[in-house]
Design a binder for this molecule. Sequence first.
Ligand SMILES: Cc1cc2nc3c(=O)[nH]c(=O)nc-3n(C[C@H](O)[C@H](O)[C@H](O)COP(=O)(O)O)c2cc1C
Length: 314
Amino acid sequence: MKDSEEAVSGYLDRHPYLASVAGFSQQHTSISTYSATTVVRAPEAVVRGRWSPAVEGFAGEELLLNHRRSNRDLGMQLGVSRYYAHDAVLSTAHSDLRERLDAAIALPEHRRLKTGLSSTVMSRRSGRGFSGKPATLDELATVLWHGQGISGSLPVPTAQDPDAAVPLRNSPSGGGLYPIRLGVLAQHVKGLAPGAYEYQPHSHTLHPVRPTPTPVGLADHLWTADVELDKVAFALVYLYDMYVNTQKYGDSGLVYALIEVGGISQNVHLARTALGMIACDQGGYDKQQLEKTMGYDGTSRHVVHFTLVGHGEV
Ligand SMILES: Cc1cc2nc3c(=O)[nH]c(=O)nc-3n(C[C@H](O)[C@H](O)[C@H](O)COP(=O)(O)O)c2cc1C
């Protein structure tokens, strides 16, 4: 404000891109009275419409507005304290019983990756140039284990089961409830028939999803302009069963689940980087189609993330 008009226009002349930057930012504060009636509600139109009282907002904004946490929130305290009861503790300790061992496919033990952490973190880049080279079962197992595998346990002795212990995984989870599961759409994995599977961390197996679409037909499950989908070795589908953690955390359950997806995803990316593989997260997936393929209802059980993995061109 202290600058003279001359100084400001001189500054703008030296930095001509500023006009575009300001223009773009202002789009989000201008009011469009039509954004409620527009057929295609692009995010930009929704954000603009927020300034008009007649318009509904993002579902995400509703969640954030209602997601108020404080020590005085009795509902949250009650939900959490319920999980200290012996039946809740025991059911968490024995979550392995939920795995389907009939027709389960055993995975080889994960590889121990020796690459340095800093260099792996720094060389992790999203890659889109898949070569079509198949992944090995050992590579798939190593990626899955680093994302979700069991690597520890927390003793929770109860009168009914003095040896009870909650199996702990390689990625953190609110209350050790692990509401995220990893689905696999296999296209080119040596020793594994193409199809849809779910990773079972306790038994380190794959459960075939029925009916298994063969081949998977990745092009029916996402839209991308940059990837030759038939050259992807496998895709990972992040699945969220909201009743697993909302019974304890209410609306925070979704927030925690999305944080957990990030943790699992980073482990997946670091493991595939150390294995010399490429991968690219995909935001443009067809949620309903993926849910249909994975046998998820899209009501309480949702697809929340999607990643393509394989070998790159050399
Ligand atoms: C949630 C999420 C969704 C993404 N969606 C896409 C996508 O649809 N297509 C794509 O090519 N890359 C996608 N990416 C990858 C980003 O473009 C990439 O991470 C970003 O450009 C940074 O580059 P880097 O991962 O190579 O460091 C996505 C990444 C995340 C985390």
